[in-house]
Design a binder for this molecule. Structure first.
Ligand SMILES: [Zn+2]
Length: 145
């Protein structure tokens, strides 16, 4: 029998849970506290977090292995945890889009993310039976599509 060495004591809940949301969020750590704060305000107890570079970016492109992967993560969340809604996120100055410097001004950057969020939301909404909401994270808060 393999006996691994315990390096950290911590008690995790072993019970099954229902997820309040499946959240597709960029792993940019500048926006992690935004998710925590928003989740608290929404009253989320459990979320299934799909934390990938670019957040919902993969869902806004055409067919790709990345899009299949993220969509499969969402579908698995719904199947395993009775997930009630899907939250898609993009954020300002996202490295996956080349950062804010790729845009001539802040309004053009926002407009690009709005277009991307619409595409991603429409795509996911066709694939799932729960509500899909799309958000833009900014350095002063969270904006809904
Ligand atoms: Zn990002």
């Amino acid at each position: 029998m393999i006996k691994m060495e315990k390096v950290f004591d911590f008690v995790s809940s072993s019970g099954h849970y229902a997820a309040d949301a499946c959240v597709v969020w960029c792993y940019d750590d500048r926006f992690y506290k935004l998710l925590k704060g928003f989740g608290k305000k929404q009253g989320f107890v459990h979320i299934d977090l799909v934390k990938v570079a670019g957040g919902a970016k993969a869902l806004a492109g055409g067919p790709s292995p990345e899009r299949d992967f993220v969509l499969n993560q969402i579908a698995t969340s719904l199947r395993l945890h009775g997930t009630k809604r899907v939250i898609l996120m993009l954020h300002r100055d996202c490295g996956a889009y080349g950062g804010s410097k790729q845009f001539s001004d802040a309004d053009k950057e926002e407009a690009h993310y709005v277009d991307q969020l619409k595409i991603a939301k429409d795509f996911v909404q066709k694939e799932v039976s729960v509500p899909v909401d799309a958000y833009l994270g900014d350095f002063d808060g969270l904006y809904v599509l």
